[in-house]
Write a protein that binds this ligand. Structure first.
Ligand code: ZN
Length: 64
């Protein structure tokens, strides 16, 4: 699970794995595409929390 601020409904939502439609590796984690509870398609970078990264700038998805 992770949280995301949706740009369509302007809410911070809790997302589940079953809402993920695509995952692609990027330099600072994984770019995740998913469908918000409101139906909007969203993307964000889920940082690799196991790597101990201190780069919080692109960590726009937060593992819950
Ligand atoms: Zn939404």
């Amino acid at each position: 699970m992770f949280t995301h601020h949706c740009t369509a409904c302007e809410r911070r939502q809790l997302m589940f794995v079953r809402q993920i439609t695509d995952v692609a590796p990027v330099t600072d984690g994984l770019e995740v595409s998913f469908t918000c509870w409101c139906g909007a398609e969203q993307t964000g970078v889920l940082a690799d929390l196991t790597a101990g990264s201190t780069n919080a700038v692109r960590r726009d998805l937060v593992a819950a």
